[in-house]
Unconditional design. Structure first.
Length: 145
């Protein structure tokens, strides 16, 4: 048997490729769950503050100020989560160092790209509730409760 056939067989790199595909799929699903969760939390908190937002808009608050009011906690949430996640991933990478083949356990470029991607995606998910909050009609919001 040739070396190429041996490496492409069941005992070769096939298991590594399948493991990488499963890890990538689970990572994508995890990111989707994180985005849906952050969107749900920010949307819920914005809807609970409809009366407050209506009062602020009736008193002359600008839409940009309302947008920042809703988006500020989201930025804090994403920043805290990214920081904790980076620290945890560095610790887990050191534990799994013996299982990595051909790559370093500490790759700053990969860590930065993943953290930036997750942060951007979750901030885009937070954009929708913040934009919706800027469109609150003050008269309807004052009659809300």
């Amino acid at each position: 048997m040739t070396m190429e056939k041996s490496l492409n067989g069941a005992n070769g790199y096939f298991l590594f490729r399948m493991g990488a595909a499963f890890a990538g799929t689970l990572g994508g699903l995890g990111m989707l769950l994180a985005v849906v969760g952050v969107y749900g939390v920010i949307s819920f908190t914005a809807s609970r503050r409809t009366h407050e937002i209506g009062v602020r808009m009736a008193l002359g608050a600008r839409p940009l100020g309302i947008f920042a009011l809703v988006l500020r906690p989201a930025i804090l949430l994403v920043g805290t989560g990214a920081g904790i996640g980076l620290l945890a991933s560095l610790g887990v990478a050191q534990l799994l160092k013996s299982l990595l083949v051909g790559v370093s356990s500490y790759d700053p470029f990969t860590f930065a790209i993943v953290a930036a991607l997750l942060s951007v995606v979750t901030l885009v998910a937070c954009y929708l509730p913040a934009r919706r909050a800027t469109r609150v009609d003050p008269s309807l919001a004052l009659r809300y409760e």
